[in-house]
Design a protein around this ligand. Sequence first.
Ligand code: ATP
Ligand code: MG
Length: 169
Amino acid sequence: MIQIYTGNGKGKTTAALGLGLRAVGHGLKVIMIQFMKGEINYGELESVKHLPNFKIEQYGRPDFVNPENPDKEDIRLARQALKRAAKVIKDKQFDIIILDEINVVVSFGLIKVEEVIELIKKTSKKTELILTGRYMPEEFVEYADLISEVREVKHHFQSGVPARKGIEY
Ligand code: ATP
Ligand code: MG
């Protein structure tokens, strides 16, 4: 199945991680490819070292990507991640493939919508493909089996609380 977690509220990446956690408990193999994330010590990178069959790979810089004027390096890394995603989809070594923040990368124009649709079409019927990130392109709707939108009702960031270790990263 094709699943999408989108919306402006907190909980999309953690939902995908939770799904992966559940899956490895049943012996499934999981890979999360993270677009636009790198070098920040996210807790999940350490956690999965203790789990069999759960892999996380990061393709990004620690800085925010400027949507108006993305750095050449941002584009290069997004393309590298896309290539890696195409390979893991083709190889069928993983039961669950999570493309974290791919919606954002498409919405910022680093990757074309059609390129992701191509990946979706090539995904084996036996593989669960999870796409996350706010700003999901409307074009994905017809290809997805499940779409959940996390809507921000309230976020502590708005009252000035910075990202906290163990909670936001
Ligand atoms: P999480 O990684 O905690 O599951 P997320 O994947 O839903 O969150 P993203 O949209 O990927 O959130 O945002 C990246 C970072 O911004 C995360 O650290 C997240 O906690 C934080 N964040 C999410 N929603 C908001 C918001 N509405 N305002 C401010 N920061 C937010
Ligand atoms: Mg996220």
